[in-house]
Design a protein. Structure first.
Length: 133
């Protein structure tokens, strides 16, 4: 009986640790989305660079960032965002988190795929952009 109780307790402790880690990853990825959307909304390339992984900074020039700002700005103010899925992996102590979001704006909606590594934005892709007005 004691062995069974210990196993149940151990399982509950493991689940609590796993759940808390997932919440931290979601909160971190949500913050990355907020920072990205703020940088795009205000056309602040320096803000974007401060939150981006060096590899992403190399890939996204100021001109490309400005093009993204122009396209996303047409959707209007953000009304809601909801995470539709998240994956987390750790390799050599570095955590990579990927997520999919549904974003609803005043004039449309889209989906956002985002990836973060070590707290820095590694990649993002807006897809299925639809104007509603």
């Amino acid at each position: 009986m004691r062995k069974t109780a210990f196993i149940v307790w151990l399982f509950a402790a493991w689940m609590a640790i796993a759940t808390l880690g997932g919440c931290k990853s979601k909160a971190s990825l949500d913050a990355d989305v907020d920072h990205l959307l703020t940088a795009i909304d205000t056309s602040d390339y320096e803000h974007f660079k401060a939150d981006a992984h060096p590899g992403l900074i190399q890939e996204v020039s100021q001109a490309e960032f400005d093009e993204g700002h122009t396209a996303i700005k047409k959707l209007g103010p953000l009304k809601s965002k909801s995470m539709k899925g998240m994956q987390t992996s750790t390799n050599n102590g570095v955590t990579t988190t990927s997520g999919n979001y549904d974003l609803v704006f005043a004039n449309g909606k889209c989906q956002l795929e985002i990836k973060s590594i070590g707290g820095k934005l590694l990649a993002f892709h807006f897809r299925n952009i639809t104007m509603t007005s």
